[in-house]
Design a protein around this ligand. Structure first.
Ligand code: ZN
Length: 173
């Protein structure tokens, strides 16, 4: 699947995972209801979903906060307010994308650190330490006192490279 052409659906595992993480399982349930009925009035959601109205309201606003759903408020002449809910899964796509970009930046930072440093560690494997710090510790592990030796980080660099490349395929505009 090309990320650019991705038209996110509630059935997509990635979307479900996002909603579970940001809103919780109930959020998925309510999003499903909105998706089937949209545009749907808030009153109908409150009447249909079997939960305390205060809970449902909380979940609805969390869904909105996570950009999964949005509402439109209509006020009639008598001042009566109606909330009309819709899903906004294209927004979810951007949220997921932002997360991936953050991860990518993070991995790039790690990669740079690995490339620009050499690392030392004791035999029991306590703490990987960059050369400058290891010098300060006289190459003795602060935890166990054993000698810290040079540790090859080629594999680590290769794994990071690969992870960044994989993410590259998934990040889109
Ligand atoms: Zn140690």
């Amino acid at each position: 699947m090309k990320a650019k052409d991705w038209n996110p659906q509630l059935t997509d595992p990635l979307v479900q995972e996002y909603i579970r993480e940001r809103v919780g399982e109930e959020g998925l349930h309510i999003a499903d209801f909105i998706g089937k009925k949209e545009p749907v009035q808030g009153v109908e959601i409150l009447e249909t979903i079997k939960d305390k109205p205060s809970n449902i309201r909380k979940i609805l606003y969390r869904l909105e906060d996570a950009r999964v759903a949005e509402y439109q408020k209509d006020t009639d002449k008598t001042g009566w307010e109606t909330f009309i809910w819709r899903l906004t899964l294209h927004e979810v796509k951007h949220q997921i994308n932002k997360e991936r970009q953050r991860m990518q930046k993070d991995l790039r930072g790690q990669l740079q650190l690995e490339r620009e440093n050499s690392f030392y560690i004791c035999a029991p494997g306590h703490q990987r330490t960059i050369f400058e710090e290891a010098v300060g510790l006289e190459f003795k592990c602060p935890e166990c006192g054993e000698a810290m030796n040079f540790v090859d980080n080629k594999d680590r660099i290769r794994d990071l490279d690969k992870a960044i490349e994989e993410l590259e395929k998934l990040v889109f505009d």
